[in-house]
Design a protein around this ligand. Structure first.
Ligand SMILES: C[S@@+](CC[C@H](N)C(=O)[O-])C[C@H]1O[C@@H](n2cnc3c(N)ncnc32)[C@H](O)[C@@H]1O
Length: 198
């Protein structure tokens, strides 16, 4: 089986076709991210940097660390983002994360490529690289309660979204405090906070 190859040239058109609410998802993530003006941000699956660029515009003081598996998407991100406050690395979500600590970890439409145990494992590693009081903002596809709310085509191989309920439970199991910031049909933004220890 050939793995899907991400193409930064056709990426916007693909999003418009398959995820009509992608701009809304980006706006909801950006609003949640900007809420407490984080200075150090890790973006998991930064892709061509479309969402990261919105966040960077809203937070001119912030430094961004982006990881992605695709060299092509990372090359486009390098063009799109300010090199003086961006670092990019080709790696997988399954690999050890940059150690941080980060004020904020974000991810848009990448985590649904992991299966359930892969997500739970990633969430534990995210919690470990967050600073105390830091937050994880996850904007992604979810399996909606009502099957009529499935909008985005899911192949079940590369795309393995999970329910909101499962993802909130996996986040809670790491010690983070998750809440749903926004949900519409098969899209959601979750904010999970690492509480101060004292
Ligand atoms: C739908 S794009 C989202 C890109 C970007 N976050 C955005 O908001 O436009 C998904 C990205 O996740 C990356 N990706 C998928 N699975 C990955 C994995 N296991 N490890 C690292 N990157 C992955 C792909 O290479 C692609 O760039």
């Amino acid at each position: 089986m050939t793995e899907f190859a991400w193409d930064p040239e056709s990426y916007r058109a693909l999003m418009a076709e398959e995820i009509p609410d992608y701009p809304r998802l980006q706006a909801e993530l950006s609003a949640a991210v900007a809420a407490d003006a984080p200075r150090t941000i890790l973006d998991l699956g930064i892709g061509s940097g479309l969402t990261a660029a919105e966040v960077a515009r809203a937070l001119p003081e912030a430094h961004l660390f982006g990881i992605d598996d695709s060299a092509e998407m990372l090359a486009a991100a390098e063009e799109a983002l300010d090199p003086t406050r961006t670092a990019l690395q080709q790696s997988r979500l399954e690999d050890p994360l940059p150690s941080g600590p980060f004020d904020l970890v974000m991810s848009t439409l990448a985590v649904h490529h992991l299966d359930g145990s892969g997500k739970a494992d990633l969430f534990a590693r995210v919690a470990a690289v967050l600073d105390e009081g830091g937050r994880f903002v996850l904007a992604d596809l979810v399996v909606p309660v009502d099957p009529a709310d499935v909008i985005t085509p899911i192949d079940g191989i590369e795309d393995t979204p999970s329910s909101l309920k499962d993802q909130l439970a996996w986040l809670e199991a790491t010690g983070l405090h998750p809440r749903v910031h926004w949900q519409h049909r098969d899209l959601a933004v979750i904010v999970a906070q690492k509480v101060h220890l004292g």
